[in-house]
Design a protein around this ligand. Structure first.
Ligand code: ADP
Ligand code: ASP
Ligand code: MG
Length: 453
């Protein structure tokens, strides 16, 4: 059986939903379909929540949201399902209005309330898509996707979720099955949570892994995984195939095609992923599996993560480089901070790490704690942070055989007058990464992409 995930762009309009319907109705009845909220709706729900908290006119926005859902129901839901779908969606729209009203009354938007508001996107789109597809059975993902707290994040409790998915889909042949992505429930408090923006991909991967699917199909609005973000590079090429590792690196370093945590559960079970285009279903798409086409495409792509912050440890650290790196890395990891790039210290013996700007406070506390002895004896003089940076990554299993790659990239950037603040020389077999100023992101991607494609 296959698990199919349709993103917001695929479920945004009646005509795109017609494509979804014909794709799903051509497949066997044990297919599981995971859907996002209607395209752009999650952003709208969030913006309206802030508007309500600020005393703005949330009611007109809520009316527009309702109108959009009614039009789609009218245009796509099967006649025999219309009354029921309308009832379900009406009750959810009521919940949305009451929640906005509460936010407006207290002029505050607690995180828990925002979670309830954003969940309504997928709680409404799933019954609509189910109502549009012949014989479809609707499932409520809040019943089987459970999260636990990890620092200030909600992360999937994968064992509990796995067991609940197996139970939920025991009658697999009697589908197709439709459920909402992204949304989840805290396993302890029962509160509504979610898997993070873009998290519908992850819901689909958790289901594919638990049900031992043959394939996970991510249906979106482009012909496949491309060598760069097509919104930045207009002649970016579609890649026929790539390895799990390559896709993991590209997505971690900013390729928006797949939400990064998605890849691990299917990689672990060796379930291939296909990236396919709902608007061009005949296109072959990209196959992500345990093998990679390193001959034709030694480099698979160039990506960027904005909001990078560079942490620098400066002084006269006498310990071995590897020890300082390991201590810093572990101290950050213990506190939930991931490091994108670990630069080799130059002659000035300055250690630098790239992290997300949102982790800066936590990084400051963790490193100050870890290096108390060195701060006291003066061998570590300063822990500083530089913001408004981007990490640019060049990814491909073939790069390990490309001699002088870093030098070529650094020279290209230098010629363009782009300042490179750190470089990940030799940290990884599949990724070379560079920190530049955020304002230079697009120019750097264009120049580096031009070197390879
Ligand atoms: P969905 O709503 O289907 O989840 P997303 O917007 O999350 O869609 O992801 C698809 C988008 O990702 C594409 O429209 C494209 O603009 C963007 N994108 C960024 N980098 C890449 C890349 N390397 N290859 C393909 N698409 C990319
Ligand atoms: N609707 C959610 C979002 O916009 C989840 C998703 O689309 O994957 O982030
Ligand atoms: Mg997405």
């Amino acid at each position: 059986m296959n698990v199919l995930k349709f993103g917001g762009t695929s479920v945004g309009t009646v005509s795109s939903l017609e494509n979804v319907r014909s794709i799903v109705e051509s497949l066997p009845s044990d297919t599981v379909v995971v859907v996002s909220a209607l395209g752009g709706l999650t952003d709208k729900l969030i913006a309206t929540a802030h508007l309500a908290a600020a005393g703005g006119d949330w009611a007109s926005e809520a009316d527009a949201i309702a109108e959009r859902h009614y039009n789609i129901i009218e245009g796509i839901v099967r006649q025999e399902n219309k009354a029921n779908t309308l009832n379900v969606v009406d009750a959810l729209l009521d919940e949305l209005r009451r929640t906005y009203e509460g936010v407006s009354l207290i002029s505050d938007l607690p995180a828990k309330t925002l979670n309830v508001i954003v969940s309504l996107g997928e709680r409404m789109s799933a019954p609509i898509v189910a109502g549009a597809i012949k014989n479809a059975r609707l499932h409520n993902s809040l019943d089987f996707v459970k999260t636990e707290k990890w620092f200030d994040k909600n992360i999937a409790d994968s064992i509990l979720t796995h067991n609940l998915i197996v139970r939920e889909f025991a009658d697999l042949a009697n589908g197709p099955h439709v459920t909402g992505g992204f949304i989840s429930q805290d396993r302890d408090s029962g509160e509504i949570t979610n898997l993070g923006r873009g998290g519908s991909d992850y819901t689909a991967a958790l289901i594919a892994a638990a049900l031992d699917a043959e394939m996970l199909d991510i249906w979106t609005d482009v012909d496949g995984f491309m060598t760069a973000d097509p919104r930045i590079i207009n002649d970016a090429k579609v890649l026929p195939s790539m390895s799990f590792i390559e896709s993991m690196e590209l997505c971690t370093f900013g390729a928006k095609v797949i939400y990064p945590p998605t890849i691990y559960p299917v990689f672990h079970k060796n379930i291939p992923i296909r990236i396919l285009n709902t608007f061009n279903p005949e296109a072959p798409g990209t196959l992500i599996s345990d093998s990679s086409d390193s001959k034709d495409y030694p480099v698979k792509g160039v990506t960027a993560v904005k909001n990078t912050c560079l942490v620098r440890l400066s002084g006269n650290l006498t310990e071995h480089v590897a020890q300082i790196n390991t201590r810093a890395y572990n101290a950050l990891a213990r506190n939930g901070v991931s490091v994108f790039l670990l630069a080799q210290p130059g002659e000035n013996k300055e250690f630098s790490f790239a992290i997300s700007s949102s982790d800066q406070g936590m990084a400051y506390r963790s490193l100050n704690e870890e290096f108390v002895p060195e701060l006291l004896d003066g061998s570590l003089k300063n822990i500083s942070f530089e913001e408004n940076l981007s990490t640019i990554a060049v990814v491909g299993e073939g790069i390990r055989h490309m001699k002088g790659l870093d030098g070529r990239i650094l020279n290209t950037l230098l010629r363009l007058g782009i300042r490179t603040l750190a470089c990940s020389e030799g940290n990884s077999d599949t990724t070379a990464s560079f920190v530049v100023e955020e304002k230079d992101t697009v120019e750097a991607i264009k120049a580096i992409h031009g070197l390879f494609f």
